[in-house]
Design a protein around this ligand. Structure first.
Ligand SMILES: [Zn+2]
Length: 102
C-alpha cells in the first residue's frame, strides 16, 4: 500500500468515525425531543379526568416499559403502605384507645 492509498483509507475511517458521532448525537437529540414531547403533553396534577379517562390512562400506563418515572427519570408514582395510611388516620391510636377503655 502506497502513501496516497494509506491517506485515503485513513481519511475514510476518520469520516466514518465522524459520521457515526454525528448520527449518535442526532439520535440523542431526537430522544431528548421525544422525552420532552412526552412530558409536556402529559396529564398534569389537578386536571380532572372522568372514570373512562382514568381507566384508559391506567391501562396504558401499565403497558409502559418504565412505569415508575417519566422519561427524564422523575418519579411519577408514590406507594403508600398500609402502615403509612393507618398512621396518617391514627388508626393505631384509635384501636389502642378503644381497647384500653374495655
Ligand atoms: Zn419528564
Amino acid at each position: 500500500m502506497n502513501l496516497p492509498e494509506t491517506q485515503t483509507i485513513f481519511k475514510q475511517i476518520l469520516d466514518e468515525i465522524i459520521n457515526d458521532d454525528i448520527k449518535r448525537k442526532n439520535l440523542d437529540k431526537l430522544t431528548e425531543i421525544k422525552k420532552s414531547i412526552a412530558c409536556k403533553s402529559a396529564i398534569k396534577a389537578g386536571k380532572h379526568l372522568d372514570n373512562q379517562e382514568i381507566d384508559i390512562l391506567i391501562k396504558n400506563w401499565a403497558k409502559t416499559k418504565q412505569p415508575y418515572t417519566c422519561p427524564h427519570g422523575r418519579p411519577i408514582i408514590y406507594k403508600l403502605s398500609k402502615d403509612d395510611i393507618d398512621k396518617h388516620f391514627r388508626r393505631n391510636m384509635v384501636i389502642t384507645n378503644f381497647y384500653n377503655k374495655w
